[in-house]
Design a protein around this ligand. Structure first.
Ligand code: PNS
Length: 193
């Protein structure tokens, strides 16, 4: 009788900030694997809205005690991190054709670096097809309504980031955008995150 091997998948990203498209993907792929590691990239070179520790805290709050879910950070190569957590499957969201080239390149490079690594692409719920962390930040800083697209606790943190005295409802108000926050995505592409 063959022994059953635990299937661990890694869902990597910047998650700056996490939005409903990410959470939808987590919900979709969680039942497919025994263990799902949500892996937050520690990237010193990229100016972020939330620190890695804040992002871990936010995601842990949102994902809670869901069985089989872990939230960790990583730096360096994803394939090295995957070895550390004993995973062979990378899960990535694919929203539109525009994501494909970049995602395909990453999948091929990861496989080249470690032939045991496979990438599984998943489509988010239609209403989140256009959603990205970069757009979330841009719309937020320009005062747009993000309800239904970003979890309320994340929006509340974003408001507090702009103005520590910020209220509980509405957009960012008149506080404006702090100079330190990164809004732009990758060159020529909105980050899938
Ligand atoms: O949400 P993002 O920002 O699109 O996620 C990109 C991420 C974190 C998956 C990617 O940048 C990554 O895996 N970085 C780790 C460094 C690495 O392994 N680079 C080679 C990948 S081909």
């Amino acid at each position: 009788m063959s022994e059953r091997v635990e299937r661990t998948a890694v869902y990597p990203g910047s998650f700056d900030p996490i939005h409903n498209g990410h959470l939808d993907l987590i919900e979709r792929c969680r039942p497919m694997y025994d263990r799902l590691v949500i892996a937050v990239l520690h990237n010193e070179a990229k100016r972020a809205l939330f620190s890695v520790d804040e992002r871990l805290e936010i995601i842990r709050e949102l994902v809670g005690e869901r069985a089989g879910c872990e939230v960790l950070s990583f730096s360096g190569l994803l394939v090295h991190f995957m070895d550390q957590v004993g995973a062979r499957i990378v899960v990535r969201g694919l929203r539109a054709v525009t994501d494909f080239e970049y995602e395909f390149q990453m999948a091929m490079m990861n496989r080249r670096l470690n032939p045991r690594v496979e990438t599984v692409f998943m489509a988010p719920k239609e209403e989140y097809n256009y959603l990205s962390s970069s757009l979330v930040k841009e719309v937020f800083f320009l005062g747009g309504d993000l309800s239904g697209l970003v979890p309320e606790p994340v929006l509340a943190r974003m408001r507090r980031r702009l103005d520590p005295r910020a209220g509980q409802a509405g957009g960012p108000g008149r506080a404006g955008r702090p100079g330190g926050a990164a809004v732009a995505g990758k060159a020529g592409r909105r980050s899938a995150g």
